[in-house]
Design a protein around this ligand. Structure first.
Ligand code: F6P
Length: 550
């Protein structure tokens, strides 16, 4: 197959980019009210269906011409060629010379995807089988702790991509989780997190999953050492480690050094980025919670969306459309952020999950050639579940001076038996999208009897763009499609911007500096501080507070 079009052309030089700039000048002030009035079918036309998902993008500040130009931009930027290169295992993570194959994690058994001439799908299924066998042993009580008791508590220790996905998925699918078991997630190096997760648990019934792609991350290694001590102190025997710890990692050597038999290690590969790993062995806690069958459905959902992204023309391709709309607001309207508002309590950690997925992927300042970009890259991603956010920060979205495109995500069928409450929930998501798009004019307010002195304060200008993503029900399969939707959305943006969405060099500097500061905080003797005057003073103040010498 053809090499991906790693065009050296800057996105801003693409003919479609220039056409979009001219087009933006024409439509930037056109209100959504007018766009809807001019086209009564807009709300059914500007929609697209994906596997189990319905996308209504009609409440965006776009016309048919905008969408045509955005799709043209994607084509000129080689989004399709890069997508195809990703799917067949080309090393598109160029700064680490790695393939980017999270799509192989959910490829059906028997599919062939090669990296350096080796099929990786067979390896994926070998690990999935091992995970399923282990999950079944834990869930059935066959896997016993050191004292012979069955495991009741599972604690995932990991951070970033080794934490956010497992916690998000656990909460999303908590109704399917084994009610006899407790699942907790420890990420922060703040000891409060570990203490909170363990204070009421019996060590003899607790299993730790040490999740770390590298098995070197400071937070995870520190919490792992604390967990080991907690187990050994409680069970009074070093050999208890074998029954109370398993590891998920690409680093077999590190796992062995920690004292975990690699037979109890679940592997993955360097072609899985941390933030793209929740469906690798990093999902072990998810599988134990919901069982292998539900986990299989989750993977099937991911795969459904992969196939949609791979085969659907860009004009109807959900992740591509959403990615292009983000480019539209980010690069032409100058929007700085995207709000993610899932209207489902079980999806409360989805915005945090998407923060890492998107901001670690597309928060980049140089292009694929290493040149400083002269165009905006990844937006700030943030959000809270509806309806909570409505009573907190929505005021600014409705009437503030910033343009904040939002994705609203709703599920038609409730998870709880409280169906009346579900109607209220869904009424709110629909109402918010309507209010943001169409607002309320002074004339309308006056006609409703608004006192003159209040009217200007009550006006909502509208023209605030939203996507609405609707699914029937939050199931494992739906969750998989939603996560993959955003993975490929991020991919589309990164391909347009000509950046490497799969490295994360920016996180390294802080890690190195923290390693230097740790001994300066810990030392008994006064340290010779050689930082800037601000950092030196803060270190001294910290030491003073703890009674350490300065
Ligand atoms: O510091 C960022 C990061 O490298 C993320 O990309 C990753 O998900 C996280 O740390 C955890 O890394 P690991 O799984 O190797 O412990």
């Amino acid at each position: 197959m053809a090499e991906p079009k790693m065009t050296t052309l800057r996105p801003t030089d693409a003919p479609a980019w220039k056409a979009l700039q001219a087009h933006y000048e024409k439509i930037k002030d056109v209100p959504l009210r007018q766009l809807f009035a001019d086209d009564p079918q807009r709300g059914t036309r500007l929609t697209a269906e994906g596997p189990g998902l319905y996308l209504d993008y009609s409440k965006n500040r776009v016309t048919d011409e905008t969408m045509r130009l955005l799709v043209q931009l994607a084509r000129e930027r080689g989004v399709e060629e890069r997508r195809d290169a990703m799917f067949c295992g080309k090393k598109i993570n160029i700064t680490e010379k790695r393939a980017v194959l999270h799509i192989a994690l959910r490829a059906p058994r028997g599919t062939r995807i090669e990296v350096d001439g080796k099929d990786v799908v067979a390896d994926v299924h070998e690990v999935l089988d091992k995970m399923a066998a282990f999950s079944n042993r834990v869930r059935s009580g066959e896997w016993k702790g050191h004292t012979g008791k069955a495991i009741k508590n599972v604690i995932n220790i990991g951070i970033g991509g080794s934490y956010l996905g497992p916690e998000m998925a656990y909460i999303a699918l908590r109704d399917l989780s084994d009610p006899k078991m407790t699942f907790r997630f420890v990420a922060n190096v703040d000891g409060a997190a570990f203490v909170d997760a363990t204070h009421d648990l019996d060590a003899s019934e607790t299993l730790f999953i040490l999740s770390s792609k590298t098995f070197t991350t400071l937070e995870t290694m520190t919490n792992a050492a604390t967990a080991r001590k907690w187990i050994v102190d409680a069970l009074k025997n070093d050999s208890a480690v074998a029954k109370h710890f398993v590891a998920v990692s690409t680093n077999a050597e590190g796992v062995s050094k920690f004292g975990i038999d690699t037979a109890n290690m679940f592997g993955f590969w360097d072609w899985v980025g941390g933030r793209y790993s929740m469906d690798s062995a990093i999902g072990l806690s998810t599988m134990i919670a919901v069982g292998p069958k539900n986990y299989e459905d989750l993977l099937a959902g991911f795969h459904d969306m992969d196939e949609h992204f791979r085969t659907t023309p860009l004009e109807k391709n959900l992740p591509a459309l959403m990615g292009l709309l983000t480019v539209w607001y980010n690069n032409f309207f100058g929007a700085q952020t995207v709000g993610i508002m899932p209207y489902a309590d079980n999806m409360k950690r989805f915005p945090a999950y998407l923060q890492q997925l998107q901001m670690e992927s597309n928060g980049k300042h140089v292009d694929l050639e290493g040149n400083h970009v002269e165009w905006q890259t990844g937006p700030i991603i943030w959000g809270e579940p509806g309806t909570d956010g409505q009573h907190s920060f929505y005021q600014l979205i409705h009437q503030g001076t910033k343009l904040i495109p939002c994705d609203f995500i709703g599920f038609c069928q409730p998870l709880s038996p409280l169906t009346v409450q579900h109607d209220y929930l869904m009424a709110n998501v629909l109402a918010q999208a309507e209010a943001l798009a169409f607002g309320k004019t002074a004339e309308e307010l006056k006609a409703e009897g608004s006192p003159d002195f209040q009217t200007p304060f009550r006006v909502c200008e509208g023209n605030r763009p939203t996507n609405t993503v609707l699914a029937d029900k939050l199931t494992p399969r739906t969750l998989g499609t939603l996560v993959a939707l955003y993975e490929h959305n991020v991919f589309t943006q990164g391909a347009v911007w000509n950046i490497d969405s799969f490295d994360q060099w920016g996180v390294e500097l802080g890690k190195v500096l923290a390693k230097r500061i740790i001994p300066e905080l810990e030392s008994e003797a006064a340290p010779q501080l050689k930082h800037d005057s601000s950092t030196n003073t803060l270190i001294s103040r910290y030491r003073k507070s703890l009674g350490r010498k300065n």
